[in-house]
Design a binder for this molecule. Structure first.
Ligand code: PML
Ligand code: MG
Length: 269
C-alpha cells in the first residue's frame, strides 16, 4: 500500500485521576497525523478540569478493510423547550416493535442520568450497575448487552464534504459516530444526550429517520448524558455487532442532507 493511501487511526484519551475526561478518534491519511494530534491534544487541554494524563495512540490500519458510507441525513429541530425535546425524542423512538433493549455503553457520568433517559424512551431501569440494562418492551427478562462503543475508525471531518450547517465539532463527530452505529448489524436506533455540562444537545438516530437533533434536552450545567443503543432480539448476532463496533473502520465519504424539521414522525405525540 502506498504512503498516500495508507490510513491511520489517531485516538486521544484524557483522564483525571480515574475519571475519563475527553476522548476522540479520527481516521486520517499520513500527512494529517500531526495536525490531528495537535487538535485532539488541544481539545483535552481545553476542558475545564486539567487532565492528569493524555494518551494519544496512532495505529496504521494496514490491510484492515475500511467501510465507506454516506452520513445519515441530519434533521435539526428548532425546539428549545426541554419537555418538548424529551417528549419528541421519546415519540420518535417509539417506532418498531423490535425496539426492545437498551444497552448502556459506558460512562461514569451516566448512571445517575439513566433513569431520566430511560423514562424518555419509555423504558424502565433494571439495574443501576454498569453496564446497565433497561427494560423496554417484551424483552424485559433478557440480560442487557454490554456494548462498549469504541470510536475506532470514525472519520468526521473530510474537508469539503461538510455542510455549512454542520459547524460544531461535536455535531460532526456525533454524526459520524451515529452513522457508524446506524449501519451496525442488529442496531435499531441510538439515543444520545451529550454529557458535556454546557452542551444541552442530543439526538435519536436510525437509518430511516437519520440523525434527528434535539437542541435542548437538559439545563445548562447538567453534566449527565451518554449513549444508548437499541438492538434487535432473536436474530441478534452479538459477536458480529461487537466486532463491527469495536473493529470496523468506517469512513464517511459524503455528508447527507441537512435540513430543519419538516414533519418528524411523532412530533405531535
Ligand atoms: C450535536 O448534534 O451537536 C452533538 C450531540 C451529541 C454530542 C455528544 C457529545 O459529544 O457529548
Ligand atoms: Mg462527551
Amino acid at each position: 500500500m502506498s504512503h498516500e493511501t495508507l490510513l491511520y487511526s489517531v485516538r486521544m484519551r484524557a483522564s483525571t485521576g480515574r475519571s475519563h475526561l475527553s476522548g476522540a478518534e479520527r481516521l486520517v491519511p499520513r500527512d494529517r497525523i500531526d495536525l490531528t494530534m495537535k487538535e485532539l491534544v488541544h481539545r483535552a487541554l481545553s476542558k475545564q478540569v486539567a487532565p492528569d494524563q493524555i494518551v494519544v495512540t496512532i495505529d496504521a490500519l494496514g490491510d484492515i478493510p475500511v467501510r465507506s458510507v454516506s452520513s445519515l441525513d441530519l434533521v435539526s429541530l428548532d425546539m428549545h423547550n426541554i419537555t418538548a425535546c424529551r417528549r419528541t425524542q421519546h415519540a420518535s423512538l417509539r417506532t418498531p416493535a423490535s425496539l426492545l433493549r437498551l444497552s448502556w455503553p459506558h460512562s461514569a457520568h451516566s448512571s445517575r442520568e439513566l433513569p431520566l433517559m430511560a423514562a424518555t424512551c419509555g423504558a424502565r431501569c433494571s439495574s443501576m450497575r454498569r453496564p446497565v440494562s433497561v427494560r423496554a418492551g417484551p424483552i424485559a427478562r433478557r440480560p442487557g448487552l454490554p456494548v462498549r462503543l469504541e470510536r475506532r475508525g470514525v472519520q468526521a471531518d473530510r474537508p469539503g464534504a461538510v455542510s455549512p450547517r454542520l459547524t460544531h465539532f461535536r455535531t460532526k463527530e456525533a454524526l459520524a459516530l451515529a452513522t457508524k452505529v446506524a449501519y451496525a448489524p442488529g442496531i435499531v436506533a441510538e439515543l444520545c444526550w451529550s454529557d458535556e455540562p454546557d452542551y444541552t444537545v442530543g439526538y435519536v438516530a436510525d437509518r430511516t429517520k437519520g440523525y434527528v437533533r434535539f437542541p435542548h434536552l437538559k439545563q445548562a450545567g447538567n453534566g449527565f448524558g451518554g449513549r444508548a443503543f437499541f438492538v434487535t432480539h432473536g436474530d441478534l448476532d452479538r459477536n458480529a455487532l461487537m466486532v463491527y463496533l469495536q473493529e470496523t473502520p468506517v469512513l464517511i465519504t459524503e455528508i447527507g442532507t441537512c435540513r430543519a424539521d419538516d414533519g418528524l414522525p411523532g412530533r405531535s405525540g
